[in-house]
Design a protein around this ligand. Structure first.
Ligand SMILES: CC(C)(COP(=O)(O)OP(=O)(O)OC[C@H]1O[C@@H](n2cnc3c(N)ncnc32)[C@H](O)[C@@H]1OP(=O)(O)O)[C@@H](O)C(=O)NCCC(=O)NCCS
Length: 168
């Protein structure tokens, strides 16, 4: 039986997170192959809201991060979930779903109003992320962008203001 543990990152995990993130996004059309660097820049500027790892035994098999975002319409308390990475040889085993569920639970516990993410729409829509035609995002093709209100069902309008780590 497959069983995975989810835990917060520790300092010793940083090199493995970098390697896993690079591998997971290697050939993705919605990626600029900068995800590993984004996680490190967020961490280095104390802007990582959380960083969870999925581990099996001693191996890192998945990772998810989140960071606060601003909204140009003034809506507060939204976060970006991602990057989300599962080791290519372990994809399709439920690890990404476990990580996403943990991230959404954590944001709810923090009292977050909502989350945005970028990635495979089919995956995101399983977690009730919706298209957000009135919410713009810099640099990313909007077809890969989704929003997930956690309080009510209103998606902010305008543009998402990202931490500089995402934009370099
Ligand atoms: C997207 C990703 C995080 C999903 O993780 P995963 O562990 O493979 O996903 P799960 O095993 O939890 O799959 C959950 C469901 O989503 C489906 N799914 C997974 N990845 C999918 C994808 N890329 N496209 C469509 N459906 C997908 C699975 O078939 C599964 O459906 P099922 O329960 O009916 O079998 C992982 O494939 C990954 O790391 N991709 C590369 C990096 C990336 O794109 N990150 C951004 C994610 S939005």
């Amino acid at each position: 039986m497959n069983s995975f543990t989810i835990r917060r990152e520790a300092e010793a995990d940083i090199p493995a997170i970098r390697k896993l993130t690079s591998r997971a996004f290697e050939d993705k059309p919605y990626s600029r192959q900068r995800e590993a660097e984004i996680v490190e820049r967020l961490r280095d500027t104390d802007a990582l809201t959380f960083s969870f790892m999925a581990v099996k035994g001693a191996s890192l098999v998945g990772h998810i991060a989140a960071a606060a975002v601003g909204m140009s319409d003034g809506t507060q308390n939204w976060f970006h979930i991602g990057p989300i990475s599962v080791a290519p040889e372990r994809q399709g085993e439920g690890i990404g779903s476990l990580l996403m569920q943990r991230a959404l639970d954590e944001l709810r516990e923090m009292g977050a109003a909502g989350a945005v993410s970028v990635g495979d729409p089919a995956f995101l829509e399983r977690f009730e992320f919706v298209e957000a035609p009135d919410l713009g995002i810099p640099l990313i093709d909007p077809q890969y962008f989704r929003a997930r209100p956690l309080v009510g069902d209103t998606v902010p309008t305008g543009t998402v203001k990202y931490h500089a780590a995402f934009l370099g």
